[in-house]
Design a protein. Sequence first.
Length: 296
Amino acid sequence: MKLASLTVGGVRHAGLVDEAEQSVTLLATTVDDVVRGGPVGARGEVLPLSGVRLESPLHRFNRDVLCTGWNYLDHFEESKGRREGQDPVSVPERPAFFTKGPDTVIGPADDIAYDPALSQKWDYEAEIALVIGRDGRSIPEEKALDHVFGFLVANDVSQRDLQRAHGGQWLKGKSLDRTMPLGPWITTTDSVDDLADLRVQCEVNGVLLQNASSAQMAFSFARIIAELSHGMTLRAGDVVLTGTPSGIGNAREPQVFLRDGDVVVTRVSGLGELRNTVTLTDLGQGGEGAEPRGER
């Protein structure tokens, strides 16, 4: 099952996506409610997928988006010497975790906000994200995937100079508003063919810059959930990013950073594709027009 979010006639709906038919069937509920255990509800109107604008699948967040760093060893290695004094001594034996504010989240075709007055180093990071579907604390690794509702595509757009500038923690450089595409839909776990070999790619202006397999992850999806939930409750609706592979702009020579007008395509095999344009935006103004993100 592939669940998308879209608004029709001013009402937000969950939509059941049929990629073969290139259609979406409206459901009498929202994706947020289904993820939290609510009924899928009656099926309604069928619309052509090309005729609707999909939104971020999730709009109601329990907390910040949970994220995993350095989870592809080639990415860990490519960034050595480029972390400006923040290099760990050795390859981490456990996953590194951080968070992003939920106001970062945008839809699969929305513009990525770009404000060069705030940062000069806007970097792309293609990732597989997962959504928790069952509450749990100290979840055993062998049961971890039982707590996953589904998977989707994300791009953890980061501001590298801000990431280094605030005492060595990453929150600020990962949390600028309207900078993280998420979607295009949630593919439920039972509809993912091979979690051990999902192809993760990122293109900028048609140039393939990241291309890796989930087989290269240092820590599996199950291990991430087990480590993250140790003593800490994960709740249905929580979003977890699982790390980016090599090819990031900050590690290239010469470095490649996003600029106004760049088209960023992020895809994961079997999970879909995001297509977003980097767009000049004044984020230094007050928060007029900011959309509330629900539960926190």
